[in-house]
Design a protein around this ligand. Structure first.
Ligand SMILES: [Zn+2]
Length: 427
């Protein structure tokens, strides 16, 4: 719904200011005077909203804050412990799941191998089993306030369904959000995995002070999440950032898993490194990769990056080409959109300086001087945790948004309200 409409029993402007005060307390503002200064709201309004948030059980106040002159003020605190969130990130070959508080603090987590190509029923049944085990470890009496999941493919965010995902046979149009919301009787949100990771970096990682961020995952496939003006930019259908299928080679010799030819990820992702590494091993052009193939029966992207690190010229050439191709596409994005920070995540990026060095050289060499003047390119410090933390903030940010908050705050909790993530409620 639009925030202009009144939410159940509370005036729309009251919900707006409640959400603003709550967001500021969640972001770390601790006193009423600080809220007044930060939000530009009157002292009375801030005082009333803080009292309401305390009554609703979302905020409490503790010890006296250090006085800066005038009356001392009690420190406010967001009560992140009153609900818990179930969060997950499904990759092509691995599943990560966690239980977090309302502030993205992971209370428990699990990771295991998982073939997403086994289809939604098997994959989600296993995820639900793990969620149930994680729930058994939660503090007594803490209800599930929401579920957040990242999927390795395009997701129509408003519906919570994957749409024609190239590496997820059987998932096209599957109602992932509805299923999880019904199972846990709580609102659920589903998004593309790289969007979720970008959100994790923005809210809990290296990008906390950034407004213009590009998060790029170079794993088996390649994708990007875009933060603009401090918010995730999903585009009209939720498909923004799918740079893996940008055409970088104008011939039809290299087929991509999406069915097209010449896509970036078909030439530069982990899948491409594995495929080309195997071909090189078989051709005899690399003794190192031939040894790997003989010993294990396959050449993985990890094998190629390890051989490159040990100085194998053919592997070095593959990894350098990958860094250059990704760098060219990023240079286009830098010229187009002028981010201040690019965070590179995913397995290929963690291989070290060879890939990143070539990527950096290409981005700085092919972007305009102004767009790269203050541009930083860095790896993800959160690593594997970016997805789970991002999924927690995805849910929390939706729950506490003005559009959603007004529908549940008077009941004190969104638990038992799977409808809250349905059409017409949340943003
Ligand atoms: Zn493609």
């Amino acid at each position: 719904m639009s925030s202009k409409q009144p939410a159940d029993g509370l005036a729309a402007d009251q919900v707006e200011s409640l959400a603003a005060v709550l967001a500021a307390v969640r972001a770390g503002l601790r006193t009423r005077p600080a809220l007044v200064r930060h939000l530009g709201l009157g002292r009375n309004v801030v005082s009333q909203r803080v009292s309401q948030l305390i009554d609703f059980g979302l905020v409490d106040e503790g010890s006296l804050a250090p006085s800066t002159g005038g009356r001392p003020s009690r420190e406010l605190r967001f009560r992140a412990e009153v609900g818990c969130l179930l969060v997950a990130e499904l990759g092509a070959t691995e599943l990560q799941a966690g239980l977090s508080d309302l502030d993205g603090v992971l209370l428990a987590q699990r990771a295991e191998a998982c073939d997403v190509a086994a289809g939604p029923d098997r994959t989600l049944a296993r995820l639900e089993q793990i969620f149930d085990e994680l729930l058994a470890a939660r503090p007594a009496g803490v209800p599930v306030w929401g579920v957040g999941v990242g999927l390795p493919g395009p997701v129509e965010f408003s519906q919570g369904r994957p749409i024609a995902p190239p590496i997820m046979p059987g998932w096209d149009g599957y109602p992932v959000r509805e299923r999880l919301a019904a199972t846990y009787q709580a609102p659920a949100w589903v998004d593309n995995d790289v969007n979720v990771m970008a959100l994790g970096e923005l809210r809990a990682g290296v990008a906390r002070t950034e407004q213009e961020l590009l998060y790029v995952k170079v794993g088996t496939g390649i994708g990007a999440g875009l933060i603009s003006a401090g918010r995730l930019h999903r585009g009209a259908q939720g498909a923004a950032g799918d740079i893996g299928h940008v055409s970088v080679l104008d011939d039809d010799s290299v087929l991509c898993r999406c069915g097209n030819t010449g896509c970036l990820e078909a030439l530069a992702g982990g899948y491409a490194l594995s495929r080309d590494g195997s071909a090189i091993a078989q051709s005899g052009r690399s003794a190192a990769l031939a040894d790997v193939l003989a010993a294990t029966g396959q050449v993985t992207a990890r094998d190629v990056t390890a051989a490159a690190g040990a100085g194998d010229p053919a592997s070095l050439a593959l990894l350098t080409r990958s860094g250059r191709l990704v760098g060219r596409v990023l240079a286009t994005l830098v010229n187009f959109y002028n981010p201040s920070l690019i965070v590179i995540g995913g397995q290929v990026s963690s291989s070290g300086d060879i890939f990143l060095g070539e990527l950096r050289r290409t981005v700085y060499g092919r972007s305009t001087a102004l767009s790269t003047r203050d541009l930083r390119i860095t790896t993800s410090p959160l690593g594997d945790r970016a997805g789970l933390l991002g999924a927690a903030f995805l849910v929390a940010d939706q729950l506490f948004s003005p559009d959603c908050l007004g529908h549940w705050i008077q009941n004190g909790s969104p638990a038992g309200r799977p409808d809250l993530s349905g059409d017409g409620v949340a943003a």
